[in-house]
Design a protein around this ligand. Structure first.
Ligand code: FAD
Length: 377
């Protein structure tokens, strides 16, 4: 078995690409396998919110707190990460650090946002409940029915499609060999890991990282499963909305050029790529409840994506047996997590240095993380 690479990464979404970029500074010879042509990355379907203030409640009580702190640390890395990527590649990733407004229209919704503000504050974050009038001063396009809003000034957003372009360009510039094929099988032996692609070619590396998202065929479907999300984009006058708005039933993310991404549904276990008209209609209705001018906005595009969900709502990061590492299960937060997940895994793989945040997300909390196709021989 002759080793061609130090590290093989299976998956070229935001997680695999950001890890490849982080690893290149070690001088390792890296192969990046990506089946994007047949398995579209969730990353290109994402809205790009970097919002730990709103996104740690999916994890159960045990992991909600570590998930919040990991997301908050990742968020703190984002301004420099975006600037460095942009300087390296010339691609503007449309990073915006201008906060999130979560809206409430009913007493129950106000109560729930007030509890959320208390939780974020108790965890060391910044979130305050403001009244509807104050929210409308910040975003005049909001509905006059807005009763209150949770203002999370530190939350941010990025454009995930631009991010993919930038990361691909960054990785291409470095010495990463891009292999545009699906890895069908991984065999781990004493001398290395062989990755066999669907076309039958075999490549041998010292270590392998599985970062194939929701439906890679290599991670057990017990621990990583698809959570399908439909979303759409509409066009409004550029600048009519500036911040991420999260209303009941839909969020709105204003991007460059007057494009507003509206998302997203959640359907666990579905792997089809059909966009459901009824879901899109419901998202449009919820969006117009939050920002009435959206009722007349022209639709630009609709799409679907498969988020990599996990049983406890938290990612799976770290070793899974000798030579095998997992970078999976980022569910609703893969774009947010990418800079921290990449840095922590690169340190673990290259130096054996384990960031404390990784403890909570260790693959060992599951009994059989990989499938028979990724087996230790
Ligand atoms: C509608 C929607 C909205 C979202 N909004 C946000 C948001 O606002 N903020 C946020 O942080 N996250 C958001 N997410 C979640 C985010 O998109 C995911 O967590 C993230 O993209 C996961 O990245 P990944 O690299 O793990 O997987 P992916 O992006 O799915 O990439 C996996 C890649 O691996 C390749 N691959 C799979 N199997 C193999 C194989 N066997 N061999 C070779 N290649 C393989 C695939 O082709 C693909 O290119 C959203 C997701 C959806 C669907």
């Amino acid at each position: 078995m002759t080793r061609q690479f130090d590290i093989a990464i299976v998956g070229g979404g935001v997680i695999g690409l950001s890890l490849a970029r982080a690893l290149t500074s070690s001088g390792a010879a890296i192969a990046l396998f990506d089946a994007g042509a047949i398995i579209p990355p969730a990353t290109s379907a994402a809205a790009g919110m970097l919002a730990p203030s709103f996104e740690s409640s999916d994890a159960g009580p045990a992991l909600g707190e570590p998930l919040y702190h990991f997301g908050a640390r990742a968020l703190s890395l984002w301004p420099d990460y975006a600037a460095a990527l942009e300087a390296e590649t010339g691609v503007n990733v449309d990073f915006r650090g201008d906060g999130t407004l979560g809206l409430a229209f009913s007493d129950d919704e106000v109560k729930s946002l007030s509890e959320q503000a208390a939780q974020v504050t108790a965890r060391g974050g910044d979130a305050v409940l403001i009244d509807g009038g104050e929210a409308r001063k910040m975003e005049p396009a909001l509905s006059p029915d807005t009763a209150a809003a949770l203002w999370a000034p530190q939350d941010a957003q990025v454009d995930p499609r631009r991010l993919l372009i930038a990361l691909r360009a960054a990785v291409k510039k470095k010495v990463v060999q891009h292999i545009p094929e699906k890895v069908a099988r991984i065999d781990v032996g004493p001398e290395g890991v062989s990755c066999t692609t669907q076309s039958g070619a075999t490549f041998v590396a010292d270590k392998v990282v599985l970062a194939g998202g929701a439906v890679s065929g290599l991670a057990s479907s017990e621990i990583v499963f698809p959570v399908k999300g439909d979303a759409l984009a509409v066009e409004i006058e550029d600048g009519a909305l500036t911040r991420v708005i999260r209303g009941p039933g839909a969020y709105l993310c204003p991007k460059a050029g007057g494009r507003v991404v509206i998302g997203a549904s959640e359907a666990r276990g579905r792997t089809d790529r059909d966009v459901d008209d009824a879901v899109i209609a419901a998202l449009k209705e919820s969006a117009a409840q939050a920002v009435p001018m959206l009722a007349d906005a022209g639709e630009l595009e609709r799409w679907t994506g498969l988020r990599p969900g996990t049983p406890d709502g938290a990612p799976i990061l770290g070793e899974a047996g000798e030579r095998v590492y997992l970078a999976l299960g980022h569910y609703r937060n893969g774009v947010l997590h990418a800079p921290a997940a990449a840095a922590d895994l690169a340190a673990l793989i290259v130096d054996g240095a384990r960031h404390a945040d990784l403890e909570s997300f260790n693959p060992s909390r599951f009994s059989a993380p990989v499938t028979a196709a990724a087996h230790h021989g």
